[in-house]
Design a protein around this ligand. Structure first.
Ligand SMILES: Cc1cc2nc3c(=O)[nH]c(=O)nc-3n(C[C@H](O)[C@H](O)[C@H](O)COP(=O)(O)O)c2cc1C
Length: 155
């Protein structure tokens, strides 16, 4: 399957999980492109208004994985903007990947997945599911492995 992984990652956490998922899916025989959502300029601290660089073309992917951190108990405004700007996702399957600093998904991760799901569905996508990685040092490797297993199992 032609898979695109489209990620916003400010400090590298979400990107590192996305890279592991890319390795896993490639090992399973899929064609996988990992692409970044980036900002056009400096991001002003505390402001939710953001300007994006042009988004990668996702039209050729059969399945898209969208990755983003949680910010302020919600989906990052950068990912919100990207999903508002992205073209039609009609007939595409989508998986959601979210990372967050707090240890429990109910502290923003679940909400971010719901927001991502609604934004993708509004573009016509079929959302197959998602995973939240809580960035807790002690059990981090296990949490990342569980998320990669879950997402790879949904492809
Ligand atoms: C401005 C800002 C707000 C954040 N708000 C939350 C939050 O509400 N809940 C949470 O669990 N983590 C929060 N975090 C932590 C990030 O979600 C977490 O560190 C994430 O893994 C970062 O991913 P990245 O390295 O891909 O950018 C916040 C981080 C930043 C920079």
């Amino acid at each position: 399957m032609r898979v695109g992984i489209l990620v916003y990652s400010q400090t590298g956490n979400t990107l590192s999980v996305a890279a592991k998922l890319q390795d896993r899916l490639r090992a399973a025989g899929h064609s996988v492109a990992l692409e970044r959502i980036t900002l056009a300029g400096e991001r002003k601290q505390g402001r939710r208004a953001v300007e994006l660089s042009p988004l990668p073309d996702v039209s050729s992917h059969e399945l898209l994985v969208i990755g983003s951190p949680v910010e302020a108990f919600s989906l990052s405004p950068v990912a919100v903007k990207a999903l508002e700007q992205v073209g039609s996702l009609r007939q595409k399957s989508v998986l959601c990947l979210v990372t967050q600093g707090f240890p429990f998904p109910w502290l923003g991760g679940n909400r971010a997945i719901r927001q991502m799901t609604a934004l993708c569905e509004a573009k016509g996508a079929v959302v197959r599911g998602g995973a939240v990685v809580n960035w807790v040092a002690k059990t981090l490797d296990r949490r990342i492995a569980d998320a990669v297993d879950k997402l790879a199992g949904l492809v």
